[in-house]
Design a protein around this ligand. Structure first.
Ligand code: ASP
Ligand code: MG
Length: 426
């Protein structure tokens, strides 16, 4: 008998029919003899609809009230799910984030979990009940207000519950089958991974993969939670996300499987490139530029500086498309102080990243990437690397084709096309 935490995303509980299907799945787990704690998201697009409503009544909704509003989405699904389980003859009890002891800081809309005190959940489990917790929300002790954890926060709720209750596994259910070597909508030959290390998962998520939220993976890594990402719509096993020193539960005792060098290829269409052209090539200019950009609130990703032949140089960097306007405005306002010649904004770029822990110990990994791109006649505009990742910026129009070529070059292609359930992964 194990303690299993399950998280169901919005697409898994989009209507009454799906809620009943999820209830059955939960009951099956209980029947198999396990204790079950469930974190549930709001039904379907409820959160987006509530956000739209808020924006209709107020241009800038008050953050405290917005959290009151958004947290209600998960209260609907948790109660309905508990009812559905009840009607199947099983004891289920739903709890809001605050009832569940999800203690956060006071940052409305982006609260961080600071403590989990699941006293009531333990009691309910001890009494044999299935526990349902509203995802995405918590409670701040100082303000005594309800908070939300930011979009996609139910993943983090589930992982935090698993850590606090010392669960055996945290199963994250969505409408995709697990973690793939690439986004199957971009690369049809992408394959489902049996397992992936949490550090590789973090790099993939940070570079465009959308199946799991970064904060949930980080939390799991820090607290030693085993994540199993799988589909609500099939009974097949998904992908295990393994933290440091964790063993793949599917691996036979003692079996030492050779890890692939590259775990996956991520594609990201969400970045824009800004070039600050004709920057005086003297000490301190990069500091000035990136201080201005930071003050605008833009989150810089890749940076490239050219050599200067003329005493001036160009500095290019990427930021999320949504941050570009603010960064450009801030830079333009300080043009004469910094002394650069002009600004170029390019939002037609795409970023391709290859991630694999094997890069640490294998040489020639980047050469495979560059050769594949060269054979495809694809031009590279920027390059950056981390210990386990190589990223390149390309023309956005080239990204899908480049990703397919590179996926093939690393031997990641499956034998047939991946099944896509038209899902979003949420
Ligand atoms: N309902 C919230 C959202 O849509 C939280 C979640 O789904 O995890 O962002
Ligand atoms: Mg949602």
């Amino acid at each position: 008998m194990a303690l299993i935490v399950q998280k169901y995303g919005g697409s898994s509980v989009a209507n009454a029919e799906s809620i009943k299907r999820v209830a059955k799945r939960i009951v099956d787990t209980r029947r198999a003899g396990h204790d079950v704690v469930v974190a549930v998201s709001a039904m379907g697009d409820t959160t987006d609809e509530l956000l739209d409503l808020a924006n209709e009544v107020a241009p800038i909704p008050a953050p405290r009230e917005l959290d009151m509003l958004l947290s209600s989405g998960e209260r609907i699904s948790m109660a309905l799910l508990a009812m559905a389980i009840h009607s199947m003859g099983f004891e289920a009890r739903s709890f809001t984030g605050s009832q569940a002891g999800m203690i956060t800081d006071s940052q409305h809309g982006a609260a961080r979990i600071v403590d989990v005190t699941p006293v009531r959940l333990r009691e309910a489990l001890d009494e044999g009940a299935i526990v349902i917790v509203a995802g995405f929300q918590g409670f701040n002790r100082d303000t005594r207000d309800i908070t939300t954890l930011g979009r996609g926060g139910s993943d983090t709720t589930a992982v935090a519950l698993a850590a606090a209750l010392d669960a055996d596994v945290c199963e994250i259910y969505s409408d995709v089958d697990g973690i793939f070597t690439a986004d199957p909508r971009v690369i049809p030959r992408a394959q489902k991974l049996d397992h992936i290390s949490s550090e590789e998962m973090l790099e993939l998520a940070a570079n465009g993969a959308k199946v799991l939220y970064i904060r949930a993976v980080e939390y799991a890594r820090r607290h030693g939670v085993l994540i199993h990402a799988r589909s609500t719509f099939s009974s097949s096993e998904g992908t295990y996300v393994l933290g440091e020193g964790m063993k793949n539960p599917r691996e036979a005792e003692g079996a030492d499987m050779e890890e692939p060098i590259v775990a996956g290829v991520a594609t990201d269409f969400s970045q824009a490139k800004i070039t600050v052209a004709g920057v005086p090539d003297v000490p301190g200019k990069a500091a000035e530029i990136f201080k201005i950009v930071a003050k605008s609130g833009a989150n810089v990703d890749m940076i490239v500086q050219n050599v200067s032949a003329t005493g001036r140089t160009d500095i290019s960097f990427t930021v999320p498309k949504a941050d570009a306007a603010a960064a450009l405005k801030a830079l333009a306002g300080e043009q004469s102080e910094v002394g650069f010649q002009n600004l170029v904004h390019d939002d037609q770029i795409g970023k391709l990243s290859v991630v694999g822990a094997g890069m640490r110990t294998h040489s020639g990994v980047s050469a495979v990437l560059f050769e594949a791109l060269s054979a495809g006649g694809i031009n590279i505009e920027m390059i950056s690397t981390s210990e386990i990742r190589i990223s390149v910026v390309l023309r956005g129009d080239d990204l899908a084709e480049a990703a397919r070529t590179v996926h093939t070059a690393y031997g990641l292609d499956g034998e047939s096309d991946a099944t896509i359930h038209a899902g979003t992964g949420r």
